[in-house]
Design a protein around this ligand. Structure first.
Ligand SMILES: Cc1cc2nc3c(=O)[nH]c(=O)nc-3n(C[C@H](O)[C@H](O)[C@H](O)COP(=O)(O)OP(=O)(O)OC[C@H]3O[C@@H](n4cnc5c(N)ncnc54)[C@H](O)[C@@H]3O)c2cc1C
Length: 421
């Protein structure tokens, strides 16, 4: 019996276990997942909790219910990956041997990395919405908050779902408008990027939306510390932005076990050096990495984990059969961006092609619009929760191509009036 061991049973680990279970004979391969938490959180739902659009129970299920019966789930913390010995040490001292290892331990927020962020005002006037507890605490705060300066701040640019802070900002504008207190709230978006987003065409359109919604953007702001007494955030070059309510996207890092195993990349963020095409570890031939845990230059998003899972399944099957690994991940990422008032936009891009305007998934028909703000995109975003629980996690094939397609994309930039419908 051979062992395929998966570390992390979140989005990517669950998909990989279910996909590979269909392909690898149960009489030859044991598939085991280790995760420290028995619960599975639908993380895109963290965005909606603060505004009461989803309730906490809408986004939490057990991990076990998404795994095929002949996958072994072990709830325990991985202490160390011993790559040279083909073993993993778990809490309590047990060692788990493997023939093939998949690292799917994700990314986490680490507010402790920034001086003063997780201090006196934490969960009083400073919140995050990147964790279940953070988003629930923020929903309680917003219920009774009467207005003032709301600052949304990205401590770092490498974060999970890079568009989620913008979505939060747009939803906040709509939420306060609905509550009739928008005129009492100043919304300020403070980012280390030089614009609203990393890619030029999307940045142009998203910046225009921010302007229309009367949201001020402070670019090139590298957070150094938070002064709780004066209620200001301070950058490395001593710029200051005062706040009444700070919504922080703290530094994102890979799992602590990556650091404990000395497997992180050089920048100290604990992401695992990974071949960006094959998804094989750069240091160990029988270790593969997927999802937020990798250091590949793609977005850290569930959609990326999904496209990677298709590629990695093919490559692991080739690897175990002694064949060359020919499947190539192209960096495909696909994200809805909520813009408030029941509308959203959509971006689709990869390593080489930035988000372009057009129709998705079918040319002419759409019904979703790339870099267009419309209701179909919003319904697509809401429907995705059902797709996630019922199709994505269980490893079913979705009607979206693994590699980014140029079909439906307009290569020339769209005219302004076509964009903001
Ligand atoms: C607010 C927010 C909004 C988002 N919106 C979207 C969106 O709209 N679209 C989209 O595509 N993506 C979105 N994402 C991103 C998406 O949720 C992640 O990219 C995706 O979940 C990554 O999957 P993963 O398996 O790599 O990591 P995860 O799903 O986070 O799983 C990692 C698992 O590893 C486990 N683990 C870690 N360390 C250990 C250890 N030492 N021992 C045992 N277990 C361990 C954890 O418990 C966890 O279960 C959003 C994320 C956030 C936070």
């Amino acid at each position: 019996m051979k062992n395929l061991l998966i570390l992390g049973g979140g989005t990517a680990g669950t998909m990989m276990a279910n996909k590979l279970r269909k392909e690898l004979k149960a009489s030859e391969w044991q598939i085991r997942i280790v995760d420290k938490d028995p619960l599975h959180y639908y993380q895109p739902g963290f965005l909606f909790i603060p505004f009461g659009i989803y309730q906490p129970h809408d986004i939490v299920r057990t991990k076990k219910e998404f795994l095929a019966p002949d996958i072994d789930l072990l709830i325990n913390e991985v202490e160390e990956i011993k790559g040279r010995e083909n073993k993993v040490l778990i809490k309590g001292g047990q060692e788990l041997p493997y023939n093939v290892l998949i690292i799917a331990t994700g990314a986490q927020v680490v507010p402790e990395e920034t001086e003063g962020l997780k201090a006196e005002l934490w969960h009083k006037d400073i919140f995050d919405f990147y964790t279940f507890d953070g988003s629930v605490a923020l929903s309680k705060k917003l219920e009774t908050w009467e207005g003032g300066k709301m600052v949304i701040n990205l401590a770092e640019s490498v974060i999970k779902c890079p568009v989620a802070p913008l979505e939060f900002t747009f939803l906040a504008d709509a939420y306060f408008t609905d509550k009739g207190i928008r005129d009492k709230v100043e919304i300020i978006y403070v980012t280390p990027l030089s614009g609203a987003f990393t890619k030029p065409k999307a940045t142009r359109i998203l910046s225009k939306l921010l302007e229309e919604k009367n949201i001020k953007v402070v670019p090139d702001f590298y957070l150094q510390r938070v002064d709780n007494e004066r209620k200001v955030i301070i950058s490395y070059d001593e710029q200051e932005v005062p706040f009444d309510l700070l919504v922080s996207i703290p530094v994102n890092k890979g799992a602590d076990v990556i650091n404990r195993s000395s497997m992180g990349d050089e920048d100290g963020l604990n992401f695992v050096p990974t071949d960006k095409f094959t998804l094989q570890s750069k240091n160990f031939e029988n270790i593969f990495v997927i999802g937020d845990a990798t250091n590949v230059p793609a977005s850290k998003a569930g959609s990326v984990a999904h496209f990677e899972a298709e590629i990695l399944t093919e490559n692991i099957l080739s690897y175990v059969n002694g064949m060359p690994m020919e499947a190539r991940f192209d960096g495909h990422s696909n994200c809805f961006i909520e813009t408030g008032y029941g509308k959203a936009t959509l971006i689709d891009f990869n390593y080489d092609t930035e988000p372009l305007p057009g129709k998705f998934p079918w040319p002419v028909l759409g019904p979703m619009g790339l870099l267009k703000v419309n209701r179909s995109n919003h319904w697509g975003k809401l429907a995705f929760r059902w797709v996630y629980w019922h199709m994505l996690l269980t490893g079913k094939k979705l009607p979206v191509s693994t590699h980014m397609s140029m079909a439906g994309k307009e290569v020339e930039p769209a005219k302004e009036e076509e964009v903001l419908v």
